[in-house]
Ligand binder design. Structure first.
Ligand SMILES: Nc1nc2c(c(=O)[nH]1)N[C@H]1C(S)=C(S)[C@@H](COP(=O)(O)OP(=O)(O)OC[C@H]3O[C@@H](n4cnc5c(=O)[nH]c(N)nc54)[C@H](O)[C@@H]3O)O[C@H]1N2
Ligand SMILES: Nc1nc2c(c(=O)[nH]1)N[C@H]1C(S)=C(S)[C@@H](COP(=O)(O)OP(=O)(O)OC[C@H]3O[C@@H](n4cnc5c(=O)[nH]c(N)nc54)[C@H](O)[C@@H]3O)O[C@H]1N2
Ligand code: SF4
Ligand SMILES: [Mo]
Length: 731
């Protein structure tokens, strides 16, 4: 029997809607959606989904650790037994040490079905210590955007005339829908400006390319503002009526004359002027979200500078610019499902990071609560899940060193936590210190290997869902189940619901199934999941522009805060600034950056999927030919990339497109095929997270996120990792 359904792909976080075909209860094929509007939105990871969903190594039965932690020895147990034991152990820990000693790490997009039940459970229990990879991605950007104008805007690619990409490099097989949106905008006459040390794919076809030194984006933005203010290219009316702090900002910008910006960024001042003019003069311009400014030492300033550029050039909440969406009228948002109002002020104040790096913690969420309710109708805006998180570095420090208090239980759901933050050695130490670790996973990752219990997760072809964009936009996309999950695999929704029922929160978790939850969320618009499914595959509220004219902005002043009152109240500089990263030295002469996502993989995933791994069998460092000559290295040589924190073994790829003096290291490499021969399947051999420090001199001040863009490193020649073979998964 063959069936066809439509599902939202969760292999990466951009969520293409695909056509799914199954035969005799097995997923057979994933292809593009029939709707011509969506026909280009698929990459080769999407078409490889059947290989992932039907993979022989999928976890299908709950596992309980029987050897030493990390020894990878397991006993199969029933789901009921696993949940009973987890609940009992967690209860013991909470009673003995307090609820805040539970920390949870998850990313949300791949498990998809959590519906903020994790936050709900933690808030009822009393733990504020929820962390996520979104702290290094769109989550922290959302939180920092709120400081300026109270929401996180979305670019209007359909009508824009200018797209500015700060590093961000969508391609045919990387964030495909955004790649397609940029290409259509180009066809409609939009110019593209790329800021990237490398000649990236987007840079190659850009109208203007600024090859800045890694980590200097904030200085570049200050340079653009200098041009825009000096040449009067800003929207005076908007600034006068709707912004606070213009004079202070202007004085700060004057501290960055173009000679200074040129010397910091390494970009010719005439090119800086040309780009700033092109952006400011365009009839509708956008600076789409980028992870590059999420992950550097001046991150808060750089993200704020993007928001300031949008505002002063009149690109905020207008056609062709970037619009402030607000909550959906049709679907109860996760911000509400999380029950953030149920966590007491005392417990909120225990959130790790609250005191020293508060920008995306409850401390700021509480400061923005009143204005958010006034403008958007609800006090907690958990946009892209990132607006009331604990700080990951503070959490791992607490796990490793028991200060300011210990963390005793750690849950990782759909998140390979060991490799997904800076300072992997500290994360490892912290994990070894735990009394209880639970992993919810579809494959045996290095993080899962360190757990006490592993629960097998379902995948997107095995569950029903309506994907929203985590309160970022009002789009709702249907995702249908086409096959049953393997024996005992289930959703993260089920996990939190079943744990809550075992720990006394039955009343607050009244839903039996995912469909019940979807019915509840849709009840806002008077529909059930079955009705939604029968009537539409995607819907979105019509955008409204210049809404601030009625309601103001969701900031304490009700205006766009060019000088942030929240940052001032917290004792930080209210104005954006540039801070130089840790200096290169004779010993560590290269500026290393992590990233340049690899087409066949999403983050730390898929190294075990043969059809994908064959496209990229080994990790690669990119190096400029002059640097390769200097180091007497050739393309394909194995090297060790060393920093003061650790070392990564990888192959050299000599590329003309690299910027001299820079090295690119990929994110997330481990070797599933080395399970059983190398410690934690080679998690310490080639992972960028061992290189990146989270010492204070490497952290952004306001958010406490690490500097991944231009930290000091050196390379030495070596041999391939033991037991490694390029052919291992090919043949
Ligand atoms: N060191 C370092 N850290 C980083 C980054 C970096 O470049 N360097 N990048 C940051 C960025 S931009 C991001 S977005 C985050 C990403 O962080 P994550 O989104 O956590 O990324 P992944 O590494 O893909 O880990 C997801 C895990 O979920 C599992 N999984 C997939 N689907 C399902 C499912 O349906 N159910 C369950 N239960 N599990 C599933 C996968 O097997 C995988 O192990 O990491 C951030 N952290
Ligand atoms: N195939 C695939 N696609 C993905 C992902 C994946 O893992 N695989 N991950 C998704 C996720 S979660 C994310 S966050 C995005 C990330 O994807 P992108 O936003 O495209 O980011 P990266 O690929 O890390 O790096 C993009 C560019 O930034 C440049 N760069 C490095 N340092 C700097 C700097 O300091 N300043 C500037 N301006 N540029 C710099 C690099 O040279 C590189 O060309 O990709 C998404 N798409
Ligand atoms: S870009 Fe590829 S992996 Fe990402 S959601 Fe779309 S099809 Fe899936
Ligand atoms: Mo990301």
């Amino acid at each position: 029997m063959s069936t066809t359904k439509y599902s939202v792909c969760t292999i990466c976080d951009i969520g293409c809607q695909l056509r799914t075909e199954a035969e005799d209860g097995k997923v057979k094929r994933m292809i593009a959606h029939d709707n011509p509007m969506l026909a280009n939105n698929i990459c080769y990871k999407g078409t490889a989904a059947p290989h992932i969903h039907n993979h022989k190594d999928r976890l299908t039965v709950p596992l309980k650790r029987v050897g030493e932690r990390g020894e990878d020895k397991w006993q199969e147990i029933s789901y009921e037994q696993a949940m009973d034991e987890i609940a009992e152990k967690l209860q013991g820990i909470v009673t003995q040490y307090g609820p805040e000693t539970l920390a949870v790490s998850t990313s949300g997009w791949n498990t998809q079905t959590t519906h903020s039940m994790d936050r709900r459970f933690m808030n009822l229990l009393g733990s504020p210590n929820w962390i996520s990879g979104v702290a290094l991605c769109a989550g922290n950007t959302a939180a920092v955007n709120r400081l300026t104008y109270g929401w996180f805007p979305q670019p209007d690619f359909g009508n824009t005339k200018c797209i500015v990409l700060f590093g961000h490099n969508p391609r045919k097989h990387s964030w495909t829908p955004i790649f397609n949106a940029i290409n259509s905008a180009r066809k409609n006459g939009a110019k593209v400006i790329v800021l990237d040390p490398r000649i990236s794919d987007q840079a190659e076809t850009a109208d203007i390319h600024l090859r800045l030194r890694a980590g200097t984006d904030a200085a570049m933005c200050l340079g653009w503002l200098k041009v825009i203010f000096d040449e009067g290219l800003y929207d005076r009316d908007f600034v006068e009526q709707w912004c606070t702090g213009f004079d202070e900002l202007r004085a700060r910008v004057d501290e960055y004359p173009l000679e200074r910006v040129e010397s910091i960024t390494g970009v010719d001042r005439n090119l800086i002027i040309e780009a700033a003019r092109a952006y400011a003069n365009a009839d509708g311009a956008v600076i789409p979200w980028t992870p590059i400014t999420d992950q550097q030492i001046s991150s808060t300033s750089a993200i704020r500078l993007h928001s300031i550029l949008r505002a002063v050039t009149g690109n905020l909440d207008v056609v062709g610019g970037e619009s402030l969406g607000g909550f959906s009228d049709a679907y109860i948002p996760e911000s509400e499902l999380g029950l953030h109002e149920r966590l007491s002020d005392t417990q909120k104040a225990k959130q790790l990071g609250f005191d020293d790096h508060p920008a995306f913690t409850y401390r700021v969420a509480e400061m923005l609560k009143e204005s958010t309710e006034k403008v958007w109708g609800f006090p907690y805006a958990d946009i892209v899940m990132g607006c009331q998180m604990a700080n990951p570095t503070n959490v791992f420090r607490a796990m490793a060193h028991s200060a300011p208090y210990p963390i005793k239980a750690f849950f990782a759901l759909g998140n390979n936590a060991l490799m997904s933050y800076p300072n992997q050695h500290q994360i490892h130490e912290g994990l070894l210190n735990q009394e209880l670790i639970v992993a919810h996973e579809i494959f045996m990752t290095p993080t899962a290997m360190l757990a006490d219990y592993i629960l097998p997760g379902d995948v997107f072809s095995e569950r029903n869902h309506i994907a929203d964009t985590w309160s970022w936009s009002t789009r709702l996309s249907l995702s249908q189940k086409i096959v049953e999950p393997p024996a005992q695999a289930s959703s993260t929704f089920q996990f939190w619901r079943d744990l809550a029922h075992r720990m006394g929160f039955t009343e607050e978790f009244p839903w039996e199934s995912l469909e019940d939850m979807l019915d509840y969320r849709l009840s806002r618009s008077g529909r059930t999941f079955a009705e939604f499914e029968a009537s539409t595959f995607m819907e979105m509220q019509a955008p409204q522009f210049r809404k601030y004219r009625q309601r103001g902005f969701a900031t304490p002043s009700g205006k766009v805060e060019l000088a942030s009152s929240v940052l001032a109240d917290l004792g930080f500089d209210p104005l954006p600034y540039y801070r130089e990263g840790p200096a290169l030295t004779e010993d560590y002469p290269y500026a290393v950056f992590t990233g340049v996502r690899e087409d066949p993989f999403f983050q730390t995933g898929q190294r075990n999927i043969e059809v994908l791994r064959a496209r990229c069998p080994s990790p690669k460092l990119f190096l400029h030919p002059d640097d390769a000559n200097q180091e007497q290295l050739s393309d394909g040589d194995w090297v060790r990339l060393e920093t003061k924190s650790g070392a990564v073994t990888a192959k050299i790829s000599v590329q003309d497109s690299m910027k001299q003096g820079h090295i690119r290291v990929p994110h997330g490499w481990w070797y599933p095929e080395l399970r059983g021969t190398e410690k934690l399947a080679g998690a310490f051999i080639s992972s960028d997270a061992v290189l990146c420090s989270d010492d204070d001199e490497f952290l952004d001040k306001e958010q406490g996120i690490p500097h991944f863009k231009g930290f000091p490193g050196r390379i030495v020649k070596t041999t391939a990792p033991a037991n490694f073979s390029d052919q291992v998964l090919n043949g």
